[in-house]
Design a protein around this ligand. Structure first.
Ligand SMILES: O=C(O)C1=C[C@@H](OP(=O)(O)O)[C@@H](O)[C@H](O)C1
Ligand SMILES: C=C(OP(=O)(O)O)C(=O)O
Length: 443
């Protein structure tokens, strides 16, 4: 990828309390579910406010490669399904949603589908999903380290389906990826989780909700067992919620700088794990108010440490860890051992970068203990991880001289990050900051 910024980005330091409204683009997780499911539907779909970022562009490109028409030219994205073709290669980049959601769909194609990805993607766990597909009678050839990209799924036009056990303790996306395709299997699909822990349950609930909204019958009444009945998937016209996890660094900025940050379009009910943010940030010292669809976080500059199980919302961990490094008491984050298989080993990365700036952060078996210390400037490495970059920006708000490496990696889910961030700092008069443009007073 080309970078629009120098390899080191000087994170701006905040000089006054914030007063900004930041409109964040659509949810990555919802966008890539809607895209994948639209490809399996019995008619066209219209997807409004779909996120346009590297992860969604990879998903759209992969579906087009499989023969689906994805028209990104209008205000809304139009997806027209087609018979899925094989003898193609899918580039997963570093997108978990592409590498985990598309193999079961590729099994419905009429020929082999080769999956490849970024060098960082080659260590992300895939084994349980590939084994589950084999249990369902799908041939999968592994071409690299067993249980990892690259591999080839040999589509045969149909999958019998039935029942499969899977250990999803490494990623909830294994379950989601099977369920998304399940209605198109001849006998549907029952998935049973067999591992000791199950991360990111809200993301599985999101999959179930998206399937049901498309007319698919799903039974999730038994813990850690999901049954998808065979049947048609309806083409739909949907509005994508804003990405609440991408809202997190902006909301946390109000806690670090003092003042208020508002995010419009906040849903009153959501399956996004970012829906847990109001509770988490309140515990860490923020005042949080939801007024209509505008979430406002107000801070004083003082942040409280917490003891927090983030199993349900692991993708919030880098942001919360950065906030914790600026707190006035220690923080313990638990339940996130699976973050070792994210874009990078996030537990190691966070511990290394906080320590590099003079902080104290230790890895535990399933998380981090962060003890606030006075921090100094320096390079904040990002390891191709968009959330490491936004975490570095948050630390840099308070600590002069933080240089975030490869901030362009934020393009994975939020290409406009730098403009939104600097816009938030500039817009202390209550203007909306959208994709870097100050769009006028909101009141
Ligand atoms: O299904 C999804 O859209 C996601 C599920 C989660 O994955 P894990 O369960 O692997 O953490 C989350 O961290 C990721 O950002 C998105
Ligand atoms: C873990 C994440 O991404 P992915 O969808 O690639 O797993 C994330 O966005 O924090």
């Amino acid at each position: 990828m080309t970078s629009t910024y120098a390899d080191l980005w000087s994170a701006p330091v905040v000089s006054a309390p914030l007063d900004a409204t930041v409109a964040v683009p659509g949810s990555k997780s919802l966008s890539n579910r809607y895209l994948a499911l639209a490809a399996l539907a019995d008619g066209p779909s219209t997807l409004r406010s779909l996120l346009v970022s590297r992860d969604t562009q990879l998903m759209a490109a992969a579906l087009e490669t499989l023969g689906v028409d994805v028209d990104l030219s209008g205000d809304a994205v139009r997806v027209t399904p087609a018979r899925l073709r094989g003898h193609v290669t899918i580039d997963c980049g570093l997108a978990g949603t592409v590498m985990r959601f598309l193999p079961a769909i590729a099994a419905l194609a009429d020929g082999p589908v080769h999956f490849k990805g970024d060098v960082e993607a080659l260590v992300r766990p895939m084994g349980p999903l590939l084994r589950a597909l084999r249990t369902l009678g799908v041939r999968v050839d592994e071409e690299g380290e067993p249980g990892h990209l690259p591999f080839t799924v040999h589509g045969r036009g149909s999958v019998g389906g039935g029942q499969v056990d899977i250990d999803a303790s490494g990623s909830s996306q294994f379950v989601s990826g099977l369920l998304l395709a399940g209605a198109r299997f001849e006998r549907g699909l029952t998935v049973r989780h067999t591992g000791r822990t199950l991360p990111s349950l809200p993301h599985i609930e999101m999959t179930v909700a998206v399937l049901r909204a498309a007319g698919v019958v799903v039974d999730d009444s038994r813990p850690e067992i999901w049954r998808v009945e065979p049947g048609p998937v309806a083409g739909r016209d949907v509005q994508v919620e804003p990405d609440l996890s991408n809202a997190a660094p902006f909301l946390c900025a109000a806690m670090v700088a003092g003042g208020s940050v508002r995010v419009p379009g906040w849903p009153s009910r959501t399956t996004q794990p970012g829906g847990l943010l109001p509770g988490i940030l309140t515990r860490m010292g923020a005042s949080v108010a939801l007024d209509g669809e505008v979430l406002t976080v107000t801070g004083t500059g003082e942040v409280r440490g917490v003891d927090l199980d983030l199993k349900a919302a692991g993708e919030l961990a880098p942001t919360i860890a950065a906030l914790a490094a600026l707190a006035d008491s220690p923080t313990r984050l638990r339940g996130i051992a699976h973050l070792r298989g994210h874009e990078t080993d996030r537990l190691a990365a966070l511990a290394a970068e906080i320590t590099r700036l003079g902080g104290q952060a230790e890895q535990t078996s399933d998380g981090l203990v962060i003890t606030p210390r006075p921090l100094h400037g320096g390079v904040w490495r990002t390891y191709a991880d968009h959330r490491m970059a936004t975490a570095g920006a948050l630390v840099g708000l308070r600590v002069p001289g933080v240089e975030v490496e490869d901030v362009a990696t934020t393009a994975k889910t939020l290409p406009g990050f730098v403009d939104l961030w600097t816009g938030m700092l500039a817009a202390s008069d209550g203007h909306v900051v959208r994709d870097g443009l100050t769009a006028g007073p909101t009141a």
